[in-house]
Every structure is written in C-alpha cells, then in structure tokens.
Design a binder for this molecule. Structure first.
Ligand code: AMP
Ligand code: GLY
Length: 435
C-alpha cells in the first residue's frame, strides 16, 4: 500500500520472493507498474480500508504490506484482524510511539532509554515554552508533536529562531492543526545520526538490519530545512559490533520490552533514529515502519536467499527465528532526486517530464509519485526518483549512484551531492567492516 519510493522498493523485493505469485500495489506509481510480477490498482482509494480489505479478499491476497505510518495510525491492522489475511502492521496504539512526540519522550523516560532532555507544551503554553527555551543553557530543537511528513522538527540557529518556531508551530500552525496542537522543546544533540531498523515478531524474536545513515536536511553540508530524507547508505562503518550490542541492549530491547510491559506488543519494523554523541547513543525518534529512504538501500543488501515475503509473514506468525534472513557483503547507497518546491507541499507541484538515458548500469531507480502520460514519464511531487546501487566498496557504490543520477534530468531537479561525504576515506571501510 502506497506510492512512494519506499513502497516501490518493498514491492521490488517482494517480486523476487519465490513464495510470491503476484504483487498488487495500491495505488503504486509508474515504477511499480513496470515491475514484472506486479500490477497497480488505482480504482480503489487506498485510505478506504474497508474497500482495501474487500479487494484483498477478492484477489486472494496472502500478505498486505502498508508503507506509510498514516495507515498504521488509521488502524489498518484492526481492519485486517480476523480476516485471515496477514498484514505487516503494528496496532494503532503502538503507532503512538511515532505519531506523538510527547508520548515517545515520556515512554523513553519511563523505560530509562537515553534521549535528549526535553519538555512538552500544549497550545496554551506558548509563553511557558518560550521561557523554557530562554532558560535552558543549551541550544534546542523545536518539534511539532504530531506527524508532519518529516518536516516538523525545526533546528533553529539561535534562541530567537527557536522562539519563532514556537509561534510557527503553536500559533500559526505551520504543520497543520493536529501536528501543531502541542510541541516538544528538546536539547540539541551534537553527533552522528544512524537509523537502526529491527524486525520484531509476535513471539519476541528480533532481527536488526545493518545500520544505515539518512541525510535529512535539504542541502549539502546538512543545512536547510528537514526533508523526508534525501539519500542513505550502509552499513555505516562507524557502528562497530560492540557499539551495536550496546545499542541493542540499552535501547532497542528496552523499547520492545517497555512496549510489551505497557500492553503494546510490537509486531513489525521498529525504526530507531539515533544520535551517536560523545556521551553515547541517544534516541532522536522511534518510528514504527520501514525507513524512507533507508529501505531503498536495504532491499539491495538482503541476499538472494532471503525471501522477503516469508520474513514478513514470519513476523506476524511469530517464527522469525525459523526463516533465513541475511545480507550480502558490500555497501548500498541511494540518492534521492526531488522537484522544484520540495519539501514545501504547497510549492511542489510536479508535472515535469523526466528524461532518462539508458547507461546499461545495474542501478535501480525507485519511483515516487511518477506518472506515465502519453508515453512520457512525469514527476508527481515529493521524491520522483531514487537511484540505488550496491557495490563491494562504498566509494564504488557512491560513484555508481551518482552516475545513475547523471543519466536523469527534469526541470527543477535537485539532489544532494554529499551522500556519505562526511566519511573521511570510503575505500578503506570494506576491510574494517568485514574483518
Ligand atoms: P524527528 O522529527 O524527531 O524525526 O527529527 C528529524 C531530524 O531532525 C532528525 O533526523 C535529526 O536529523 C534532527 N533532530 C531531531 N532531534 C534532534 C536533536 N535533539 N538534536 C539534533 N538533531 C535533531
Ligand atoms: N529516514 C527517515 C524516516 O524514515 O522517517
């Protein structure tokens, strides 16, 4: 379910599953329409879950994979419960962990999960939020409490900008009424960001993917507004096995156990967004779904023996310990191309014709809301294309991904030219990580 590049990547991987006969994508995009074993379904509104359940029954579907968190919030899990059709989704109660920043922060405190210092404020607390910002001796991040498409966290460069952010969120409701009904002011953390994605089944078995790094800000050098993520690579060489063990022990397991303790069993993919600070890993956010754009690299890292459909079904059936899931050596990376106006949905209209030159490369292009109109591929806003590749070394992967990007053009096209550029010496990392 969905039409973004993450959903294209998931559908692409599911099409490779030996146990999968056919994939139906609701509504899909021009990229999923081109998959050999897949069909887009556009005559059903994806948010009409009752209709989606009927469709799944009519088509004899065995597994439903919703992409975006909104489906989880709107209770897709509940709609499929009792139908005999497996749905890879957590409950709407569990989705609060992603959807409500105050809930997530309070949860972390209850379960001793390391995170930035913070305070939550409601719409009535505009002045209190401003007083707090002026009073704390550190820089802050101001976050709309609810979902805002990855744009709801403002990283001000001064206390004045932080005060303005409070007005923007609570008074001017820049991110909408629901997302801006309250906010969290939290300590700005300095460090390196990583994404940890963990599959969790209903019997307590877990499997964590290699760590990846997203690039959230709009422009090179990590400046500009936050976006839905403009590129990712992994595995990240700086997350050593020892550090990974510490993250599992002090963050991922306490989160899953904490949820269980509170009657919220987690079945699905727990996405932990971390800042690796000089005083250890700190949680920036929890998401309850696959990462975007991490998934566009992740699917390339899974080995050929991994039957992705079987793995997702095993999460639902509690048998994750009994299926094969593994990755190949090497590095995957992806570079996201956006159109003019992105990330502002009011300015990002799409409708541009995409030219793609065939270079014979094995780079995979995952589509966003692209359309095929009169034989012409056009952008539909958001992130029209992501170029993803896998290679033995990170340097080779990056070169190949940028070569892929160079074969694409459309008016207003923007992409970050510095994916993974913070790493000092790409080529050496192969030895490091696989030794
Ligand atoms: P969030 O909306 O919580 O997912 O945050 C979006 C992005 O803002 C994160 O991926 C970070 O890049 C950045 N960010 C969020 N919280 C902090 C923080 N406390 N310190 C530094 N950067 C942050
Ligand atoms: N990579 C950011 C996200 O999936 O929320």
């Amino acid at each position: 379910m969905g039409s973004g590049p993450r959903e294209h990547a998931i559908a692409w991987k599911l099409c490779q599953s030996k146990t999968v006969e056919h994939v139906y994508v609701v509504p899909g995009n021009a990229g999923t329409a081109m998959l050999g074993k897949a069909t887009n379904i556009t005559n059903v509104t994806v948010s009409d879950f009752a209709r989606v359940v009927l469709l799944a029954k009519e088509l004899g579907i065995g597994l439903v994979v919703p992409g975006a968190v909104q489906y989880f919030v709107d209770d897709i899990e509940g709609y499929f419960r009792g139908t005999g059709i497996a749905c890879f989704a957590c409950t709407k109660e569990v989705a609060q962990l992603e959807v409500s920043k105050p809930f997530a922060k309070d949860f972390m405190i209850r379960h001793d999960i390391p995170t930035a210092r913070y305070q939550s404020f409601t719409a009535a607390g505009v002045e209190a939020a401003k007083d707090y910002i002026l009073q704390v001796p550190y820089p802050v991040v101001v976050k709309a409490a609810g979902l805002a498409g990855g744009r709801g966290s403002i990283i001000p460069s001064s206390k004045e900008e932080a005060l303005q952010a409070v007005d923007d969120i609570l008074v001017h409701q820049k991110f909408g009424r629901e997302a801006g009904s309250s906010l969290v002011v939290e300590e700005y953390l300095e460090g390196t960001e990583v994404s940890i994605l963990t599959l969790s089944d209903c019997n307590g078995h877990t499997w964590t993917f290699p760590t990846l790094q997203d690039h959230k800000r709009m422009y090179d050098g990590d400046i500009g507004p936050n976006t839905g993520g403009l590129g990712a690579y992994g595995p990240t060489p700086f997350v050593t096995p020892t550090l990974m063990k510490e993250i599992e022990k002090s963050i991922v397991q306490p989160a899953l156990e904490g949820l269980l303790f509170e009657g919220l069993k987690f079945v699905g993919c727990l996405y932990t967004g971390l800042m690796l600070t000089s005083s250890g890993p700190r949680v920036l956010e929890f998401n309850v779904r696959f990462g975007e754009p991490e998934m566009q690299s992740m699917v390339l890292l899974l080995d050929d023996e991994t039957d992705f459909a079987e793995v997702l079904l095993a999460c639902i059936n509690g048998t994750l310990d009994q299926v094969h899931i593994d990755t190949v050596p090497g590095f995957a990376c992806n570079v996201v191309m956006t159109g003019e106006g992105y990330p502002d949905p009011d300015l990002d209209h799409g409708g541009e014709v995409i030219e793609m030159r065939d270079t014979g490369s094995d780079a995979v292009f995952f589509h966003g809301q692209t359309r095929m109109e009169d034989g012409k591929l056009t952008t539909g806003g958001g992130k029209p294309l992501t170029c993803a590749v896998i290679r033995d070394t990170l340097r080779e992967a990056l070169d190949a991904a940028y070569e892929g990007v160079a074969s694409v053009s459309f008016r207003g096209m923007h992409y970050r030219k510095d994916i993974a550029a913070r790493l000092p010496n790409f080529s050496d990392y192969r030895a490091l990580i696989h030794s």
